[in-house]
Design a protein around this ligand. Structure first.
Ligand SMILES: C[S@@+](CC[C@H](N)C(=O)[O-])C[C@H]1O[C@@H](n2cnc3c(N)ncnc32)[C@H](O)[C@@H]1O
Length: 250
């Protein structure tokens, strides 16, 4: 299936990307905590890391502060975001974060293959039409490990979810269409094993701050507290099952 790209290349959602430079998402902080716990990265690590679907590179900006000896290359299909992110890094004299424009389904293997110990991707996999083709393309870059955040289910169910948002009930066409796919963790683990990534770990991301309910009924993440004090994350009609996953060759 060919990826529909309108949602990424038209009508840039700059507010979403700029917000993260001002205040790092809780999920990004916890994801980096997890990579440290797994002993994949620490302050002294000096590896080359690629971030797929990097947006403007706000997550790399944060990772650079925590892992200052690593070199980061962010890849995104949206050239405006890439140019703006690079201008930000240049302006701040940050030399080890660089963004490039490219399509993860059409990667330049001459340029990138064997160039990265690790490949990361924040909240992108569930927003693609599927995961097998996209991850196969990434695996062909031959990283030792791949780690990402997305929506997963710890059971044998895959959900293909397409979201259509409407301005009002009379409108025939939605103003925004996007995937919020939820992938089965055991099936993903099996997929990685078949590709030679023998070690697989996952962890639910349980948020520990309140996110207010928006004053509209469109997609926007907010939290609800359960009786046991745990928070669930909701967006529009969906319960967001955020997970971190990590797959390694050894
Ligand atoms: C939901 S956003 C996540 C952005 C960023 N990782 C973050 O956490 O804020 C998904 C990103 O993937 C990019 N993207 C979508 N399809 C892509 C493709 N085929 N190749 C490269 N980037 C893509 C989009 O332009 C967008 O910036």
């Amino acid at each position: 299936m060919k990826q529909r790209l309108d949602e990424w290349t038209k009508g840039d959602n700059h507010e979403y990307f700029d917000r993260q430079f001002k205040k790092t998402y809780q999920s990004t902080i916890k994801f980096c905590d997890w990579l440290e716990q797994l002993e994949v990265l620490n302050r002294e690590s000096s590896c080359n890391i690629m971030d797929i679907g990097t947006g403007k590179g706000a997550n790399l900006n944060y990772m650079n502060k925590r892992f200052p000896n690593c070199k980061f290359l962010g890849l995104d299909i949206n050239k405006n975001l890439v140019d703006e992110g690079n201008a930000y890094f240049k302006n701040k004299n940050i030399n080890n974060c660089k963004l490039e424009c490219g399509d993860l389904y059409n990667l330049d293997y001459n340029r990138y293959k064997n160039g990265f110990e690790g490949i990361i991707s924040y909240q992108t996999l569930s927003w693609l039409p599927e995961y097998k083709k996209s991850l196969s393309k990434i695996i062909k870059l031959n990283p030792n490990w791949i780690s990402l955040t997305s929506l997963f289910y710890d059971g044998l169910v895959d959900c293909k979810i397409e979201i259509n948002e409407f301005e009002n009930p009379k409108k025939k066409n939605s103003f925004k269409t996007s995937f919020y796919n939820v992938y089965s963790l055991p099936r993903l683990e099996y997929f990685f094993k078949k590709k030679g990534y023998k070690s697989f770990k996952s962890q639910p991301f349980v948020i520990d701050i309140d996110l207010p309910k928006p004053d509209h009924t469109l997609m926007h993440t907010y939290t609800k507290k359960l009786e046991n004090g745990e928070r669930i994350q909701i967006s529009g009609p969906l319960l967001l099952n955020w997970f971190f996953i990590y797959a390694e060759k050894k």
